[in-house]
Design a protein around this ligand. Structure first.
Ligand code: ITT
Length: 181
């Protein structure tokens, strides 16, 4: 059995749904891993995976993710969780108020750890920041993120999110690796 170590139930649900379709059942381990301070999602994820493996000693993965806004020099990036708690979505919309370039990307890095070591899988999803909150589905920044080529936010269209999100794309790479494709 493969274990997903996360404190975020939404991340777990999205990942379990995707991996089930690829015949990879996963189990949720709720463990808070200390997060190092870094601009690199890979570094943070690899460090957390190493921490979790030392405790659990079973094949597992963690995922570090976040939203990078181009006009804000990739802020909040690896500080996405902290930023959301501090200023919320309204705070982000305020920061973006007079900014024309609303390009942004979600990043996801999965770090898989087993007895052989750590392997990472990275993916992104590009889009724009909405001018107001739209939709209540999903979590985190979903109500303000519109993927490129669409008009709805991830918070409005969960099916869309499960088709093309950063997480789903990183999981695709991970599943191919696990299934030996
Ligand atoms: P774990 O570290 O325990 O897995 P977390 O929620 O703290 O859970 P992160 O440190 O990776 O996870 O922080 C990612 C934050 O980025 C998350 O709290 C959201 O605010 C945001 N985020 C990541 N993926 C997202 C998504 O698919 N939709 C909306 N917001 C997302």
């Amino acid at each position: 059995m493969l274990h997903f170590v996360t404190t975020n139930k939404h991340k777990f649900q999205e990942s379990a749904l995707f991996l089930k379709k690829h015949s990879i059942p996963i189990d949720h381990i709720y463990l808070e891993c200390p997060e190092i301070r870094s601009d690199s999602f890979e570094e943070i994820a690899a460090n957390a995976a190493e921490y979790a493996y030392k405790r659990i000693k079973k094949p597992l993965f963690v995922e570090d993710s976040g939203l990078c806004i181009k006009a804000l020099q990739s802020f909040p990036g690896t500080f996405s969780s902290w930023t959301l708690k501090k200023i919320g979505l309204d705070g982000i919309l305020k920061l973006m108020k007079s900014i024309k370039n609303r390009e942004a990307e979600f990043i996801s890095v999965i770090a898989y750890c087993n007895e052989k070591g750590i392997k990472t899988f990275k993916a992104n999803c590009i889009g724009t920041i909405a001018v107001r909150l739209m939709g209540i589905k999903g979590f985190g920044y979903d109500p303000i993120f519109i993927p490129t080529g669409y008009t709805k936010t991830f918070g409005q269209d969960f099916k869309l999110k499960n088709k093309l999100s950063h997480r789903v794309k990183a999981l695709e790479k991970f599943a191919s690796y696990l299934n030996g494709d």
